[in-house]
Design a protein around this ligand. Structure first.
Ligand code: NAD
Length: 367
């Protein structure tokens, strides 16, 4: 079975880290028969400079037709006119693909415990996923805008809106995901003061009782979650929350992993009649203009995004585990890029060097 993946490296360190992700896919195809067929596409600042548009209609169509999209990073977009960015940027691609669920796993690797901002004893063993609703809430609600009042002062409005269906689809994803992990969901909202928070809690509670009584559900107020994630992050397995809280709390949770260069993500849409689910996999980090072109970016986030694709789009669980184990094994043997560089006297690896270390472990563990 051919698995068609649109491959978009993008700008800055995007092409550098994605080159290592591609090597992992080539290895999987050659040694594990994964049958992943990559089609290259362009997007971002360089594309805009060349063609006058950061993304073509063909790329949007190809993304919608693909089984999955693997994306590097875009950046320096600020140069591109705002309207064009809105219509042809990453947000537009996510919208065109109907992506509403953003998954960000956070894992504290034993070998990197001294790189996290928390105490080792707090971070050790953390393994959680933040599932953020991506397509609704206050970032999209109407009315929105800024008006000038009679007294000459301005007034700005954003509107937080959620429908039952929007909450249901992301809550269902959270419960299903929990069943494949440790069976625990924490639903995060602010039901003590917000209408949308009350609706969120009602809908999640009802779905849990009707469909997922085998999963453990907790409701956590978002301010309490912000405290708990720093105090004792090990208590969480799957965390489901809205767009705004998810934006903030997934970044806070991410710091447990030690570096932006370690964090993969997935954005998923609704399955079609044939069961195919639109999906885009990308590192959490951006184009990192400060280190672009130097060959020192950490490719782990891009490589772990490949593992997420294997797991969520292709149900290739053993291959996903293999890639994740190879990353852990390479780190365990001291492989470090400069962002993770903590011991004195050891030369940090280049992007290519880190890719090589991981490929070596793939060969050793699953060749
Ligand atoms: P960034 O993630 O690009 O970089 C933040 C810091 O982390 C930088 O110091 C960078 O060097 C470091 N860093 C990031 N990834 C790294 C890696 N793999 N290895 C080592 N170090 C790494 O965020 P920023 O600097 O705020 O944004 C730069 C550009 O990227 C902006 O134009 C922004 O709009 C864009 N951006 C794009 C995306 C995306 O494509 N999804 C996400 C975030 C930011």
């Amino acid at each position: 079975m051919a698995r068609n993946v649109l491959f978009i490296p993008g700008d800055g360190i995007g092409p550098e880290v994605m080159a290592e992700a591609r090597k992992v896919i080539d290895w999987l195809n050659a040694r594990r028969g994964t049958g992943i067929q990559l089609t290259d596409a362009e997007m971002g600042l360089a594309t805009w400079r060349k063609t006058g548009s950061p993304m073509s209609d063909e790329t949007i169509a190809a993304a919608k037709a693909a089984d999955a999209v693997l994306f590097g990073a875009v950046g320096g977009d600020e140069e591109i006119p705002r309207k064009l960015r809105r219509e042809r940027g990453l947000l537009a691609l996510r919208r065109a693909m109907g992506l509403y669920a953003n998954l960000r796993p956070v894992k504290a690797y034993e070998a990197l415990l001294d790189a996290t901002s928390l105490k080792e004893r707090v971070a050790r063993g953390v393994d959680l996923v933040v599932l953020r609703e991506l397509s609704s809430g206050v970032y999209f609600g109407e009315p929105r805008g800024t008006e000038t009042l009679a007294n000459g002062k301005r007034r700005a409005v954003d509107t937080q809106v959620y429908t039952e269906e929007e909450i249901e689809r992301v809550a269902r994803d959270a419960f299903l995901l929990a069943r494949t992990r440790r069976g625990q969901v924490a639903s995060v909202e602010k039901s003590n003061v917000m209408e949308t928070g009350r609706l969120w809690r009602d809908v999640v509670t009802a779905m849990h009782a009707a469909e997922f009584p085998d999963v453990t559900l907790r409701h956590v107020l978002s301010d309490n979650f912000a405290m708990q994630i720093i105090r004792d992050p090990r208590q969480f397995d799957v965390v489901v929350t809205d767009n705004l809280f998810g934006d903030l709390l997934s970044d806070a949770s991410a710091m447990i992993a030690g570096s932006l260069g370690m964090l993969p993500s997935a954005s998923l849409g609704t399955a079609d009649a044939s069961g195919r689910r639109p999906a885009l996999y990308e590192p959490v980090h951006g184009s990192a203009p400060d280190i672009a072109g130097k060959g020192i970016a950490n490719p782990v986030a891009a490589i772990l995004s490949v593992a997420m694709m294997l797991r969520h789009s292709f149900a290739l669980t053993a291959d996903a585990d293999l890639v994740e184990n190879a990353v852990a094994a390479a780190l365990g043997e001291g492989a470090r890029t400069a962002d993770l560089y903590i011991q004195g006297g050891v030369q940090p690896l280049t992007t290519i060097g880190m890719g090589k270390a991981i490929l070596g472990k793939l060969e050793a563990l699953g060749g």
